[in-house]
Design a protein around this ligand. Structure first.
Ligand SMILES: Cc1cc2nc3c(=O)[nH]c(=O)nc-3n(C[C@H](O)[C@H](O)[C@H](O)COP(=O)(O)OP(=O)(O)OC[C@H]3O[C@@H](n4cnc5c(N)ncnc54)[C@H](O)[C@@H]3O)c2cc1C
Length: 355
């Protein structure tokens, strides 16, 4: 058993802590936000929509697709272990486009072919009549693509359950603690130094001083309560200017997202973004007209230049997991498992090298 100290309690830090405890390690988790304070301002994870949709993400590489699919396969057992099986929506994803944007759908299908996602295996193509029979509220689209494997989960519930489990498992959770510097076996904080067998930096954009190529990609979304909307599964609308998605949540709540803007601004949603997201949702289902806006959220996704996540080591020897970009909720289980494997191998090797 080793002692692992983790900086940052977003989805990545919490999932890694959870996985480490399950493997029998001792964990210290250092987080700048305090317990009970509004966590929303402190990390991208509290803003995410919770789409677990590797197949329908636009602009992904084959490598990212493979990672997403492998991580999605870990999610059912993970959600179950967190007691969230009932909130894990496995209803698949419907991809649609308005008639004037039909070219967007064809472009999307060309991308599917490049990624070797084949009709009949990864998705089904539905004619207007088949769509009307299967999901009448979308019949205005005159056809759709359906991806049965896509799923979603409410990220805030995952974050809460992870915290509950970590505290029950005697994780040394230190809130109100700001990490100042990391070395291979110690982390300096504003409350003193923590020593461990291995250290991992999961601070997202908080790690910018060490990872200078990290950038923020702003995302905004709107949550509504819409009793007149009867969409049981995820919907993606292909559009020339934005890629809209609608995520159904319990009690007729829906998350409508998300913008993608190259900016570090974590301020409130702009009028333009709110108008575009809500108009697009209304164009998918007229029942959104009477929906009530419950919340708007905005934050920045931590991204590296190639928009791929990375498990690496800082010059001083501390590990980092960062650059989760648009896929952090989806990829967290796979990255946690892989990071832990690398860390265990290296720690064992370094220990046996010690004279
Ligand atoms: C609008 C929007 C929608 C999204 N939708 C999805 C989605 O549907 N599916 C999906 O898979 N992904 C989605 N994402 C992406 C996902 O949210 C991110 O990839 C993920 O949250 C990144 O997690 P993280 O743990 O690396 O970083 P963060 O969540 O940012 O966590 C970093 C943590 O480190 C802490 N910290 C920072 N600095 C310090 C310090 N010095 N000392 C101590 N602690 C520190 C912060 O307080 C924070 O708690 C979305 C993102 C946005 C913005």
């Amino acid at each position: 058993m080793s002692h692992i100290a983790i900086a940052g309690a977003g989805i990545m830090g919490r999932t890694l802590a959870w996985w480490s405890l399950n493997q029998g390690h001792r964990v210290t988790l250092l987080e700048t936000a305090g317990r009970g304070s509004d966590p929303g301002g402190n990390g991208a994870s509290w803003t995410a929509a919770g789409m677990l949709t590797p197949n329908t993400e636009v602009d992904v590489s084959p490598e990212l697709l493979a990672m997403g699919r492998a991580s999605l396969a870990l999610w059912p057992a993970f959600a179950d272990a967190l007691g969230l099986a009932h909130e894990f929506n496995r209803g698949g994803c419907w991809v649609v486009a308005h008639p004037q944007d039909r070219e967007q759908l064809l472009h999307f299908q060309r991308r599917l072919a490049r990624l070797e996602l084949r009709e009949g295996q990864s998705y089904r193509s539905l004619s207007a009549s088949a769509l009307a029979a299967e999901l009448a509220p979308l019949s205005r689209f005159g056809g759709a693509l359906y991806f049965p494997e896509e799923a979603s989960i409410p990220p805030r519930r995952v974050l809460e359950r992870l915290e509950r489990d970590l505290r029950r498992a005697d994780c040394d959770w230190r809130g109100d603690t700001t990490v100042l510097a990391l070395g291979a076996r110690h982390i300096d904080t504003d409350h003193g130094t923590v020593y461990a067998d291995a250290t991992v930096d999961c601070r997202g954009l908080g790690a910018r001083e060490q990872l200078t190529t990290l950038r923020g990609v702003r995302g905004e979304l709107v949550e509504v309560r819409a009793p007149a909307v009867d969409l049981p599964a995820l919907v993606r609308l292909m559009h020339p200017r934005y890629a809209l998605y609608i995520v159904p949540r319990p009690r007729q709540h829906f998350v409508i997202g998300a913008t993608q803007i190259e900016s570090d601004d974590t301020g409130p949603i702009s009028v333009r973004s709110a108008l575009e997201l809500l108009s697009a949702a209304y164009s998918v289902h007229p029942g959104f007209a009477e929906a009530r806006i419950v919340a708007t959220r905005a934050h920045c996704r931590p991204a590296l230049p190639d928009n791929h996540p990375r498990i690496g080591r800082h010059p001083g020897g501390a590990w980092y997991i960062n650059g989760l970009y648009r896929h952090g909720i989806l990829l967290a289980p796979l990255l946690a498992r892989e990071a832990l494997r690398q860390l265990e191998l290296t720690t064992t090797r370094e220990e046996s090298d010690t004279p």
